[in-house]
Write a protein that binds this ligand. Structure first.
Ligand code: IRO
Length: 309
């Protein structure tokens, strides 16, 4: 029997595929639909203190090979998600609450209240690229360390970080040191590749409205960046911190590559938005087929085992 379940920080997921924070997970209806789907977990939209409408539209654009977004943290506010968590937990799969904030002080407030609602895991988003005037926290190691150290004592469920992509080994090392000092139970990488620009040559215009068209890139085009980050942190921590690989997973082969690089689960954003909830069944079937053909029984049989030349 081929087994595509996985375990992250001691929490068992019936399938290794789940939604990435932000993708079809803002409203109660969307979260319930994820619960009813074949997704292995339910990940909430990153939440702020107050509900937000987000940035002006158009703010998402899909194109062959990927997507660009500048949603601007549209969400219901942490109180609404805290209330929903007990109901969402009844679907028999882990609930991952994604905690964000508009300033450092917001993070502990939300972390404490969401922890009281006892999701199965909490993911602290240090990497939203789309709030005008606010840089991605994950690119500031000191600010990242301050925030992680403030929320860490407030969280009793497994706590992870959603990281932005890093593009230099020196940056992997600096963040690796920060993470090592703070005691983090899992990592999720990568968030969208921030501040890309997509241009429509027909209209001679950018494709989304906020920030002059700049936004976070996702989908197939970012897979090599995602794999590099998964691999770099897997090696930095010698496989001891579980990693959720996010970025560029469109089919079973993409997921297989993430696992080879060291991921223990994968999340899907762009392909979920483009294809809908049916994507989870397709991905599971495709990965199962690959594992069967290669004679692997589970992800653990080959996780992190990519060959170097
Ligand atoms: O614009 C968003 O809401 C958004 C967030 I918070 C994030 O973490 N990543 C992303 O691509 N978009």
């Amino acid at each position: 029997m081929t087994d595509v379940s996985t375990t992250i920080a001691g929490v068992k997921f019936p399938s290794c595929f789940m939604n990435a924070a932000g993708a079809l997970c803002v409203t109660r209806e969307e979260l319930v639909s994820l619960g009813q789907s074949q997704a292995g977990g339910i990940v909430t939209k990153s939440m702020t203190i107050e509900a937000r409408q987000g940035n002006p539209e158009p703010r998402y654009y899909g194109f062959p090979g990927g997507s660009i977004n500048s949603m601007g943290l549209p969400n219901l506010g942490y109180r609404a998600y805290a209330e929903m968590i007990p109901e969402l937990k009844r679907f028999g799969k882990p609930v991952v609450a994604s905690v964000s904030g508009l300033c450092e002080e917001d993070f502990p407030v939300i972390a404490a209240a969401i922890n009281a609602a006892q999701p199965d895991l909490i993911e602290v988003n240090l990497s939203c690229p789309n709030i005008p005037g606010k840089p991605q926290i994950g690119y500031d190691p000191e600010a990242s360390e301050r925030i992680i150290k403030r929320v860490r004592p407030l969280i009793t469920v497994p706590m992870g970080l959603k990281l932005p992509p890093y593009f230099d080994p020196a940056h992997h090392a600096v963040m690796g040191e920060v993470i090592g000092r703070c005691g983090v139970d899992f990592l999720n990488m990568i968030n969208s590749v921030g501040n890309g620009l997509v241009v429509d040559p027909e209209r001679e215009a950018v494709v989304i409205k906020p920030k002059g068209g700049f936004g976070g890139l996702g989908g197939k085009i970012i897979k090599p960046v995602a794999l590099a980050n998964v691999r770099a942190f897997y090696k930095f921590f010698e496989g001891k911190i579980p990693i959720i690989g996010t970025g560029g997973v469109v089919d079973g082969v993409d997921a297989f590559e993430h696992f080879l690089c060291g991921a223990s689960a994968v999340q899907v954003g762009t392909v979920l938005v483009e294809e809908g909830l049916e994507v989870f069944g397709r991905l599971e079937t495709e990965l199962t087929e690959i594992l069967k053909n290669k004679g692997y029984r589970s992800i653990e049989d080959f996780r992190g085992a990519v060959k170097e030349l």
